[in-house]
Design a protein around this ligand. Structure first.
Ligand code: SAH
Ligand code: SF4
Length: 382
């Protein structure tokens, strides 16, 4: 993307960056130096590149920018030290990221879009509707800003694309971002979470290197998944499971099945058994995520009691499924990205959808049904 008509070099795929720099910068080792500043150290200005001649830095700064989104808010660290960030993009859009220290490891949860057209009924980002795709510089900016602020050694970093948006509806920019992240992180330390965009999963499968795949299943059967995830009409649950079966998994890796637990809706032992059946034969572990309530979400949606969560998890385990539960504060707030932005956003989802800035997203019919479906389910359950 261009900011004030100056191209951002962080938006270029690594190969194109080398070509672009090669036209202006010589000798070739200087190109390598600049790439290193950008992709390894996460430089957000040419100024920072102290071993590059001043004149060259000035010449580059006239033609290009390296700017990252600006941090506008950081929440007070939670008990587990996790912290949520609100960033402002150059066009005024706002997105969230989460810093999650977890002992030896640190995860950052990144947004991939400034909203989401998929419209899951339990999700604040979905409630506020579609937003544009984030550029590589905007995704990398979230990563490097948080890594720098907390001075996290690169070898401890993990990345999850579980913030705002559907990463597989922003595949080109996601792939560029992954290619840069791979300079610092092994693919197994990056996870892409999807609501089940089948063509995107198949495209991801074709890449030479694969991040971990997490799939938000969230319901034990097609009917309920259609109710809370209207995208199921476009990409049916059975076909999604088939796509997961053909996804190439590296040795020693599992995919993650995410399952948001909604009290009285999908959290019974019978639901756990149905889920175990649904994913039978997949090399997968389940990540159970207790629902995170929000004033913008349907009031019937509640977090299950700890006893109900335990019962659900124990049933899965007794059916041979490996399960983790997201209980720590940071991981829960990460799951519910969009809530910080949501606090100050206009209340009406429909008015936001009418805004002209919402371009570049999948507006196919199945996705557009989201709004209607949300209200229908909402009414039914009240
Ligand atoms: N669009 C992608 C990634 C972002 S959502 C996807 O849907 O997978 C990341 C995770 O947060 C998903 O597993 C989603 O089911 C979960 N989530 C969304 N809203 C939530 C809420 N209110 N409470 C708990 N988890 C939620
Ligand atoms: Fe979009 Fe994921 Fe939220 Fe669904 S859960 S609306 S796909 S961000």
């Amino acid at each position: 993307m261009k900011t004030n008509d100056i191209p951002n070099l962080h938006d270029l795929p690594p190969r194109r960056l080398a070509e672009t720099l090669g036209e202006i910068v010589s000798p070739p080792f200087r190109v390598k130096q600049i790439e290193e500043w950008m992709h390894v150290r996460g430089a957000s200005s040419f100024e920072a590149m102290t071993n590059v001649p001043k004149e060259l830095r000035a010449a580059l700064a006239e033609r290009f920018t390296l700017a990252f989104p600006e941090v506008v808010e950081r929440t007070t660290p939670a008990a587990d030290d996790s912290q949520k960030y609100l960033f402002r993009l150059a066009d005024g859009n706002r997105i969230e990221s989460v810093y999650m220290p977890m002992g030896e490891r640190t995860s950052v949860c990144l947004s991939s879009q400034a909203g989401c057209a998929v419209g899951c009924t339990f999700c604040v980002t979905g409630f506020f509707g579609a937003g544009r795709n984030l550029t590589p510089s905007e995704m990398l900016g979230q990563f490097f800003t948080i890594q720098h602020e907390h001075a996290v050694p690169m070898e401890r970093m993990n990345v999850v694309f579980m913030g705002m948006g559907e990463p597989l509806l922003n595949l080109d920019h996601l792939v560029t971002t992954l290619d840069v992240l791979y300079r610092n992180l092994a693919p197994k330390r990056i996870t892409v979470s999807t609501s089940g965009i089948i063509p995107g999963i198949d495209e991801l499968a074709k890449l030479g290197r694969h991040p971990n795949l997490a799939i938000s299943i969230n319901a034990p059967d097609r009917k309920r998944r259609e109710e809370i995830m209207p995208i199921t009409r476009k990409y049916p649950l059975e076909e999604l499971i088939d796509a997961l079966r053909r996804f190439p998994l590296e040795r020693g890796r599992d995919m993650t099945i995410e399952y948001v637990l909604l009290a009285g809706y999908n959290d019974s032992p019978q639901d756990a058994i149905a889920l175990a059946r649904l994913i039978r034969g997949l090399r997968a572990k389940v990540n159970a995520i207790p629902f995170n309530p929000d004033p913008n979400l349907p009031p019937w949606m509640k977090r299950p009691t700890d006893a109900a969560i335990d019962r659900f998890v124990d049933t899965l385990v007794s059916h041979g499924v490996r399960v983790t539960v997201r209980r720590s504060k940071g991981r829960e707030i990460a799951a519910a990205c969009g809530q910080l932005r949501g606090k100050t956003e206009p209340r009406s989802r429909m008015s936001r959808q009418a805004e002209p800035t919402q371009r570049g997203v999948d507006r196919s019919r199945g996705v557009q049904l989201a709004g209607e479906e949300r209200h229908r389910v909402d009414r039914e359950r009240r």
